[in-house]
Design a protein around this ligand. Structure first.
Ligand code: NAD
Length: 438
């Protein structure tokens, strides 16, 4: 089957590469010529483990191509996936659908024969019906169906998530479209991965409901963590104690500096907005958004406390700036709230991140970048662990403490413990949802 993939970002590129690995003939399109030039040279514009090798294998096999020419890509394609961004629209929290609609219109003008236009981007309920109207208007003669196929992959584990999904969700309006989607996902059907086939609206809603639910789990445990800091108790133990209950599950119960990334913040905002537009405020989701903001501010208070009430003139070493490990994605990372607050209050900030510099340099003005965590910590007054990269999970704490002007640590991912820090010679250690040590 020939497939066109519009958008070669984190989702479009991974999906396109994986579909080609299923054996389909895939043409990936992006309007950014620099990205396409890199891809054509065999380089991956994002950091995603395993992607470059899988891409090379499928290019070599002649099943995968990259182009800026949407018309050529759509020609003869039985399915065209739209995987462009749906960021928060300025001002009102709604998902900005302008990229999706523009892509749909371009596809409509380019297509000649029956095609299924599949929205992979995360879009509010009703968008696929609106896409249908846009396509009809742009090309009234075209025979086509729309389908909703939201994506659930996680950056950093994207290939595995795509190849071994918990489920695939497909929203369709016709059996013809359902058959095309079944052909596309046949390799997963054959390996017994659940395929949930629904109407368009349910598929669209599933994606927002899933992300809002996961964000709720994170905000919930972050709130319990804050309470543990007042009452005593260790949130790691609490999370384990509740997570072993099969009805709750142990995933997404890691207390930390607040959720970030390209999905949870914008998707919770969009769901809240959808509720408001329908006169049914999503009270839980609205609270989750508020709690997340509070958590980020609470982190700044923690750091301030460890700096004896002032950042002015202090040197702060920050390990990790990406919103989570194994990605270079900086979108809405907690570091983008926390680090500017430090810089703005007069701290000298050094940062170290295995993949964050390329994006982060422009987003974090006034900080200096270091390749090595030990150099980063040299003469610092405070060490902050913000992202739990593997590189930061087994640090030689004694060596770190020795290099610092004042060995103090804010471990915002609960990697280490009071015992570890004390033994290594840190004079103060604070983490999330556990008693600090000073
Ligand atoms: P992204 O910003 O990384 O990539 C989007 C790409 O689309 C860009 O390269 C852009 O140049 C291209 N593009 C935009 N308009 C185009 C057009 N008309 N023609 C060709 N190319 C065009 O976005 P992303 O992170 O891959 O997210 C895409 C969608 O998938 C979003 O709706 C997002 O919510 C959803 N999603 C993302 C993730 C994730 O982890 N990133 C996971 C699940 C779902």
């Amino acid at each position: 089957m020939k497939i066109a993939m519009i958008g070669t970002g984190y989702v479009g590129l991974v999906s396109g590469v994986c579909f080609s690995d299923f054996g389909h003939e895939v043409v990936c399109v992006d309007k950014n010529p620099d990205k396409i030039a890199m891809l054509a040279r065999g380089e991956v514009p994002i950091f995603e483990p395993g992607l470059e090798a899988l891409m090379a294998r499928n290019v070599e096999a002649g099943r995968l191509e990259f182009t800026t020419d949407l018309v050529q890509a759509v020609e003869g394609a039985e399915a065209v996936f739209i995987a462009v961004g749906t960021p928060t629209r300025r001002g009102d929290g709604h998902a900005d659908l302008s990229y999706v609609m523009a892509a749909a219109e371009e596809v409509a003008r380019a297509a000649r024969d029956y095609v299924v236009i599949v929205t992979k981007s995360t879009v509010p309920v009703g968008t696929n019906r609106a896409v249908r109207q846009v396509v009809k208007k742009a090309n009234p003669e075209l025979e086509f169906d729309v389908a909703s196929n939201p994506e659930f992959l996680r950056e950093g584990a994207a290939i595995d998530d795509f190849m071994k999904p918990d489920r695939v969700v497909v929203g369709v309006q016709s059996t013809r479209a359902a058959d095309v989607m079944a052909d596309i996902y046949r390799p997963l059907y054959l390996r017994d991965f659940p395929i949930v086939t629904t109407d368009l609206e349910s598929a669209e809603m599933i994606k927002y409901a899933a992300n809002a639910f996961l964000a709720t789990k994170i905000s919930f445990i972050n709130e319990i963590a804050a309470l543990c800091e007042r009452t005593g108790g260790d949130v790691k133990e609490v999370a384990r104690g509740i997570g072993l209950d099969g009805r709750i599950g142990n995933k997404f119960l890691h207390a930390g500096p607040g959720y970030g990334g390209s999905c949870f913040p914008k998707d919770t905002r969009a769901l809240a907005r959808i509720g408001q537009e329908h006169g049914l405020p999503m009270q839980i989701t609205e609270t989750v958004i508020g709690v997340n903001e509070t958590v980020k501010r609470r982190m700044i208070d923690k750091l301030l406390d460890l700096c004896d009430g002032t950042f002015n003139g202090k040197t702060v070493a920050v390990l990790g700036v990406t919103f989570k490990p194994n990605t270079d994605d900086m979108r809405e990372a907690p570091s983008l709230t926390i680090i500017p607050a430090l810089v703005g209050a007069g701290a000298r900030v050094r940062v170290c991140d295995p993949q964050g510099a390329r994006e982060g340099e422009a987003l974090l003005p006034g900080v200096s970048w270091q390749d090595d965590p030990y150099k980063c910590a040299g003469k610092a007054d405070l060490l902050v662990i913000l992202t739990e990269w593997n590189e930061f999970r087994a640090l030689d704490l004694k060596r770190l403490a020795r290099r610092m002007a004042r060995p103090r640590m804010a471990d915002l991912r609960n990697i280490y413990s009071v015992k570890d820090a004390r033994r290594a010679g840190f004079e103060a250690y604070d983490s999330i949802g556990r008693a600090p040590y000073r």
